[in-house]
Design a protein around this ligand. Structure first.
Ligand code: GLN
Length: 200
């Protein structure tokens, strides 16, 4: 399976390594033509304002929207989540696809980065190591969005809307392959079904 990783900036290489460890073929996306033939797409951590500026410059905004709207699984981690969101509370270029309101840098500065165990709906075999680096939170979700994980205080850090998956944290910076494996299973199903019924 060929999975694209948005490679404008940020930790795309770490995602590629996780995908390769699971036997998928990672493929870097920098230009619209790089989206051809992909079974899924990951948008990494990094700086969401930079994603927006570069995506606009390279004519990627509409092609990325069209890709996600085709029903193929699309996953944003951290800055990638911000880039997917409909509302980020300020004026910056995003894809605006996921019906969530996001607050950037919600836990403070780089020095306030932390890790904690997370219970994620649909993820077997116990807690997942959550790595939060100047992470956003999801402040509110629309009706079509399912919350997959919240911290003890109710702060939403993972959600799904049909074929769109979003996590505030960075599974690509852990040794735990389970989130990537889950995403690849969704890509496999979409591939088999020709992207007609992305939800499962
Ligand atoms: N703080 C970044 C932003 O707002 C996200 C940080 C990250 O991806 N680790 O875009």
């Amino acid at each position: 399976m060929k999975i694209g990783v948005l490679a404008l900036q940020g930790d795309f290489i770490e995602h590629e390594q996780m995908l390769a460890r699971l036997g998928a073929e990672p493929s870097e996306v920098r230009l619209p033509r790089d989206l051809e033939g992909l079974d899924g797409l990951i948008m990494p951590g990094g700086e969401s304002t930079t994603f927006g500026k570069l995506a606009k410059r390279f004519g990627l905004v509409e092609p990325l929207r069209a890709f996600a709207q085709s029903g193929r699984p699309t996953w944003g981690t951290c800055a990638g989540l911000i880039f997917l969101a409909r509302d980020v509370g300020r004026d910056q270029v995003t894809l605006g696809l996921m019906d969530v309101k996001v607050k950037r840098n919600a836990f403070g500065r780089q020095i306030d980065s932390f890790t904690c165990d997370l219970n994620i709906a649909g993820l077997p075999d116990g807690p997942f190591p959550g790595v939060f680096i100047r992470a956003p939170i999801i402040e509110s979700v629309g009706k079509s969005v399912r919350v997959l994980c919240a911290l003890d205080d109710g702060t939403i850090v993972a959600a799904r809307q049909d074929n769109l998956l979003a996590t505030s944290f960075h599974p690509e910076l852990t040794d735990d392959l389970r989130m990537h494996a889950l995403f690849l299973r969704a890509c496999g199903r979409a591939h088999e079904q020709g992207s007609l019924t992305p939800d499962s």
